[in-house]
Design a protein around this ligand. Structure first.
Ligand SMILES: [Fe+2]
Ligand SMILES: [Fe+2]
Length: 139
């Protein structure tokens, strides 16, 4: 049975179903990479990280930015910039992964994991708070 690195439900639920589902999927994908690595399937872990996770990150950011636009979140431009910076550093780490070098891969994975968890827990929470304050019935 696959292990999870942390309890998503307890700590990172925003109360907006679509976003929560996508965040949960992101975290599952990161857990999947860790589990493949733990099983010694390094090439598969690396491929999953580069393809599945990166395309999902891009899709999620686009969905989230559309959501913020629809609900009129005032700090949308700041949030978009944060996404943009992450996409750049995520892309920059991709060529480094081609060597399947253990230390490089683990660092990229850890950095990505840390960034995503902090982003959901802090930055994403801001648009959620704004939306839920305006739409208490949505909770
Ligand atoms: Fe998000
Ligand atoms: Fe975000």
């Amino acid at each position: 049975m696959a292990k999870s690195l942390f309890n998503f439900e307890a700590e990172f639920k925003l109360g907006i179903e679509l976003m929560d589902n996508e965040h949960l999927r992101l975290v599952e994908m990161l857990n999947q990479v860790y589990n493949l690595l733990a099983d010694g399937q390094k090439a598969e872990a690396c491929q999953y990280f580069r393809q599945m996770l990166s395309s999902y990150v891009h899709a999620h950011f686009a969905h989230e930015e559309r959501f913020m636009e629809i609900v009129g979140f005032p700090q949308i431009e700041d949030h978009k910039k944060i996404h943009e910076n992450f996409k750049k550093s995520f892309l920059a780490s991709m060529p480094l992964l081609e060597s399947y070098d253990d230390a490089t891969f683990r660092k990229a994975l850890t950095d990505t994991f840390t960034w995503i968890i902090n982003h959901i827990g802090k930055t994403d929470r801001k648009y959620a708070a704004y939306y839920l304050a305006k739409n208490p019935a949505a909770q």
